[in-house]
Design a protein around this ligand. Structure first.
Ligand code: NAG
Ligand code: NAG
Ligand code: NAG
Ligand code: NAG
Ligand code: NAG
Ligand code: NAG
Length: 255
C-alpha cells in the first residue's frame, strides 16, 4: 500500500475571484480577512486529518483511505485545500493492477482463513506453519500471488495477496483430535493446469464422513461450498495431467 498512490496533488491555476464572486471595493477588505480565517481553519483541519488518514491506512486492508488533494494557487501565495474521504470495507483486495474486489469473507459465525495473517510471512512463498489459524497443516504452502502473475492463483485469491496452495495431498486438522469443525466453504483455482481435479475428504477420527471432487482451471475461480460439520480432518488430494498445483483462499471454518 503505497501512500503516495493515494495522494494526487493537482495544481489548479485559478484566480481568487473565481472562488469569491465579484464584490464591491468597500467590502473587499472584510472579505479578505474572512478568507484568511477560512484558510486558517482549513489548514488546521487538514493538519488533523492527514495524520489520522495515515494511521488508518497503516491498519492494513480493513480500512482503505482515499485522499484527494486540491492545491489552489493564487498570485500572492499558495493556499491548500484538503478534501479527505475515508472509505471503509471489510476486505479490499487488489488482485492485479486496476482490479479491486470487495466482499464479505464468511458467514458471520465462521472464521475466515485468508493466509494473509501468517506471522513473519515470507514475502514470496513458504511452507505453512504447522499450526496456523487454529489448525494443524501438513504439506500446505502459501504464496504471494504477485510473484506468480501468470498462474491461476490470481483467481484463487479472494482477500489480501496470499493464497494457500499445494501440489500434494494436503491435510488440515483440528489442534485437538477431539474437537470438531464445520468446513463451510472456500475459493479455489488451479495454478497451471486446466485438467486439475481436487478430491476433498472430511474425516472424524479417521472415519471418512464426506467426500467430493472439484474440477479446477486456471482462468476462473471455483466456489467450493461444503458445509461439512462434525469433522476433525480434511484432506485435499489433487489429480490430473501437467502441474496439478491448486490454490485456495477464504476457507470458512466454524470451530
Ligand atoms: C479516490 O477517489 C477518486 C475520486 O473519487 C478516484 O478516482 C480514485 O480511484 C480513488 N482512489 C482509491 C485508491 O480508491
Ligand atoms: C509480494 O510480492 C511483491 C513483489 O512481487 C512485493 O512487492 C510485495 O511486497 C510482496 N508482499 C508482501 C506482503 O510481502
Ligand atoms: C477424546 O475422546 C475419547 C473418546 O471419546 C476419550 O477417550 C479421550 O479421553 C478424549 N481425549 C481428550 C484429550 O479429551
Ligand atoms: C486454460 O484454459 C484457458 C481458457 O481456455 C486458456 O487461456 C489457457 O491457455 C489454458 N491453460 C493451459 C495451461 O492450457
Ligand atoms: C456428511 O456426512 C455425514 C455422515 O455421512 C452426513 O450425515 C452429512 O449429511 C454429510 N454432509 C453433507 C453436507 O453432505
Ligand atoms: C450451512 O448450513 C447451515 C445450516 O446447517 C445453513 O444455515 C447455512 O446457510 C449453510 N451454509 C452454506 C454456505 O450453505
Amino acid at each position: 500500500m503505497d501512500q503516495s498512490n493515494r495522494i494526487s496533488p493537482q495544481s489548479v491555476n485559478s484566480d481568487i475571484s473565481e472562488i469569491q464572486p465579484t464584490q464591491s471595493t468597500r467590502s473587499r477588505g472584510c472579505i479578505r480577512s474572512k478568507l484568511t480565517w477560512i484558510i486558517f481553519t482549513i489548514v488546521i483541519i487538514a493538519g488533523i486529518s492527514i495524520p489520522t488518514a495515515i494511521i488508518l491506512t497503516k491498519k492494513g486492508n480493513v480500512v482503505e483511505t482515499n485522499l484527494t488533494t486540491i492545491i489552489t494557487t493564487t498570485g500572492k501565495g499558495s493556499t491548500t485545500l484538503m478534501l479527505t474521504t475515508i472509505k471503509s470495507s471489510t476486505t479490499t483486495t487488489t488482485a492485479e493492477p486496476g482490479s479491486t474486489t470487495t466482499q464479505a469473507v464468511c458467514q458471520s459465525d465462521a472464521t475466515a482463513i485468508t493466509f494473509d495473517d501468517i506471522p513473519s510471512a515470507n514475502p514470496r512463498e513458504a511452507e505453512l506453519p504447522i499450526n496456523y489459524a487454529g489448525l494443524t497443516w501438513t504439506n500446505g504452502y502459501y504464496i504471494n500471488i504477485t510473484t506468480s502473475p501468470k498462474s491461476g492463483y490470481r483467481h484463487a485469491v479472494a482477500s489480501g495477496i496470499y493464497v494457500g496452495w499445494s501440489r500434494d495431498p494436503m491435510t488440515m486438522q483440528t489442534l485437538s483430535a477431539n474437537s470438531t469443525m464445520t468446513f463451510v466453504s472456500c475459493i479455489m483455482a488451479a495454478g497451471w493446469s486446466n485438467s486439475t481435479k481436487v478430491k476433498i475428504t472430511g474425516y472424524y477420527s479417521n472415519t471418512q464422513l464426506n467426500t467430493t471432487t472439484y474440477s479446477l482451471n486456471t482462468y476462473t475461480k471455483t466456489s467450493v461450498v461444503l458445509n461439512w460439520s462434525g469433522i476433525n480432518k480434511v484432506i485435499f488430494t489433487p489429480s490430473g495431467s501437467g502441474d496439478i498445483d491448486y490454490g485456495m483462499d477464504n476457507l470458512c471454518i466454524i470451530f
